[in-house]
Design a protein around this ligand. Structure first.
Ligand code: APR
Length: 251
């Protein structure tokens, strides 16, 4: 049986499937991933520009990277892979999408139960008084944007050196413990604690499947079925099979 049929059968036979996604699922929406050839971390050293200590020492400097990141996630649209996960949720197959991405494309792709494990660029807050802002209310003419209290405003994304938002952490680990199938799409799985989620799922007896054109840190030893294709190509094929089998139609 070919990989697509096996992958689709496991999805259809699952009782509680969840998805874990990374930057790779948004590459076909035009957002480069972090560690690929045009990745943000090839332009900005993540520990010099992506760490909370760097932000507090020199917010104007870190905002140069944040502005570049913000520009990447503006004016983009969900792709066929995001829509496929939205359809799998509607079919009752995918119960939760845990994403490391901050681009809000899963919600726009029809997924409603989304855990934003690394936060979101959609919202901002003052690093000093925690006042909340929306992206569209902030001018980036002067960096860093300042709150009326004088503190620097920052996006609600998790920087290196920061903890995962407690509610997102709990929802994600609950999903990993409860699932009987985890589909990992477009992540190098190089950043903890997100990279621990597939290990938790596997330790509870779940199937761990992967979609990524290249090997990730999960591919050797954690993933039991790896489709080495792009997210759009892989999910296009999977959805053809799932739609035919799910409604009981046979060709
Ligand atoms: N389809 C599927 N996967 C793809 C595609 C594609 N079209 N293009 C690239 N990929 C894969 C790459 O092979 C790589 O394994 O997506 C993965 C992206 O890996 P990273 O760039 O490391 O991004 P990610 O895993 O999301 O990073 C995790 O690190 O910097 C932090 O907070 C940041 O959330 C991010 C976290």
């Amino acid at each position: 049986m070919d990989k697509y049929q096996r992958f689709s059968n496991l999805l259809l036979q699952s009782r509680h499937a969840v998805a874990l996604t990374g930057a790779g699922i948004s590459v076909e929406s035009g957002i480069p991933d972090f560690r690929g050839k045009n990745g943000l971390w090839t332009k900005y050293d993540p520990y010099d520009y992506g760490h909370i200590d760097s932000f507090r020492a020199n917010p104007a400097k870190v905002w140069k990277m944040l502005e570049a990141m913000g520009a990447l996630v503006e004016g983009v649209n969900p792709n066929e892979a995001h829509f496929a996960l939205g359809e799998l949720e509607k079919l009752g197959i995918i119960k939760t999408v845990i994403t490391q991405n901050v681009d809000s494309l899963h919600q726009r792709g029809g997924s409603s139960n989304v855990v934003e494990f690394h936060g979101s660029f959609r919202r901002m807050h003052c690093d000093n008084c925690q006042k909340v802002f929306f992206r569209e209310d902030i001018s980036l003419v002067n960096l860093p944007p300042l709150c009326s209290c004088g503190g620097p405003i920052r996006p609600d994304i998790i920087l290196f050196g920061e903890g995962i938002p407690p509610e997102a952490y709990t929802r994600a680990f609950d999903a990993a413990e409860k699932c009987d199938l985890m589909v990992v799409i477009g992540t190098s799985a190089s950043v903890a604690p997100a990279s621990r989620l597939p290990l938790i799922a596997k330790s509870r007896g779940a199937h761990v499947l992967e979609i990524n054109p290249v090997a990730s840190e999960l591919s050797d030893g954690v993933t039991e079925l790896h489709i080495m294709e792009s997210a759009v190509a892989a999910l296009r094929n999977i959805m053809k099979i799932v739609r035919s089998m799910h409604t009981g139609d046979t060709d």
